[in-house]
Ligand binder design. Sequence first.
Ligand code: FPP
Length: 243
Amino acid sequence: MPKKKITELKDLKIPVHVAIIMDGNGRWAKKRFLPRSAGHSAGSKTVEQICDDAWSLGIKYLTVYAFSTENWKRSESEVATLMDLLRKYMKNCLERSKKNNMRVRVIGDISRLDDDLRDSIVRLVSESSVNTGLCFTVALNYGGRDELVRAFKEMLAECKDGKLSPDDISEETISSHLDTADIPDPDLLIRTSGEIRLSNFLPWQSAYSELYFTDVLWPDFDKNELIKAIEYYNTRDRRFGGV
Ligand code: FPP
């Protein structure tokens, strides 16, 4: 029997949690003979728009990879540009989250960030925690392996203090010690710009995620592209290891 062609938005099963590796800002800028910073700036506007689009489509959780533990290796000026953008973003986001009822969270090791940026993150996360709209998570100085190391250290300390027994450690125990503790695992993970790898993003959480790779560069990613990714997700048969 021919496969049913999905055309209607209302027929689509919407993933609860979508995670995105936002790649291609630099190439987007290069194509326009602009500095890389212009690509990051355009990419940051795309982030704002895609939050609204995701919520309007019925997505409940959106997680984006904004800065990895490896991104410190970029030039000093590019790191400074990204940090400034994040500073601006966190400030604007406080107002936006009040308007659109968005809850913002940050995963990653924020202890390495400048005090002012850290303070605005703490304020944004705390003030938006009562919101009931999109749960938007920004991965900042995030690395999946680093997150696992921090989780294991915490579990070992709890074992030492007698709060946790090694025999009781299960997959749930590990999940509950990750930065994403009360966020469901992503159903769909998207990477833009044609690279086919996960780059240390949510390695534990994405064990059963559907993966969608697109050549579209992040600043060009829009609601239509998000719908294409959801259409792809709808063609997948998720068995979680079963038959
Ligand atoms: C990859 O593009 C993108 C990043 C390293 C950072 C993503 C950051 C943003 C979209 C802006 C700030 C984020 C928020 C949440 C406001 P690339 O520079 O690696 O692109 P390239 O591979 O084409 O060089």
